[in-house]
Unconditional design. Sequence first.
Lengths: 131, 132
Amino acid sequence: MANNQFITPAKAARGLGSAKSGTSDHIRQRVTAIAMVFLVPWFLYSVIHASGAGYDGAVEWAGKPWNAILLILTAGAAFYHMRIGMQIVIEDYIGKTGTRSALLILNSFACIALFATVALSVLKLWIGADA
Amino acid sequence: MSGTKQADSRPLSPHLGIWRYHATMFASITHRFTGMAMYFGTFLIAAWLVALASGPDAFAVFEPIISSIPGQVILFLWTVAVLFHLANGIRYLFWDGPHIGFDPKTASAVSVFNYVFAVLASVAIWAVVLLA
């Protein structure tokens, strides 16, 4: 600390360097987007197909290994993408620090809770399906 | 930082005085709006899977909600939002990655296309579902 008294604030800031993580959310948002370019068309087609077959048909559909795996992958990409998207909107429009922090935390909780809920529901249907 | 050269010339923020409404601006706002709408629409999709996993009794409670007129309207609007966000999102990937489609005429045309695609494809999908 003592040494810092003799260097200018700009010099101190340069010495700290960048964390090299400034673009991580930007990149993750695009990587999850690329995944969903393939997953979302499958999801739409598949869900529409399954939802027309009533309860038994839908349970059978979700219990098939490939459907279960793709459902969990879709949910993972979607909730990650959603979390970053909502975070950016909160950061853009909510100025008050307390409200902003509360909403950012709520956003993380909601997305992670939704992912866990969906993933476990799909796992239950998969494991519960007749082999 | 004198003497540093930018690798390529970067776009400047438009000045408020010369701002005008244009297709890419609407598409950008719609992209964000549909993103927010889908955030809450996803709760409904998640509820469907939870009801499915919870057994026939839970599904019997949930099914009438999603089959009701308001439920069907929400699902239709959700389809429009997903398809717009998907089409417009693919355009953003082409912008960000290979830098394709940046010139104003193409960008505007793609914006209009994304709206038309979202609406027509949603109507087509729902026509197939409801007529099946």
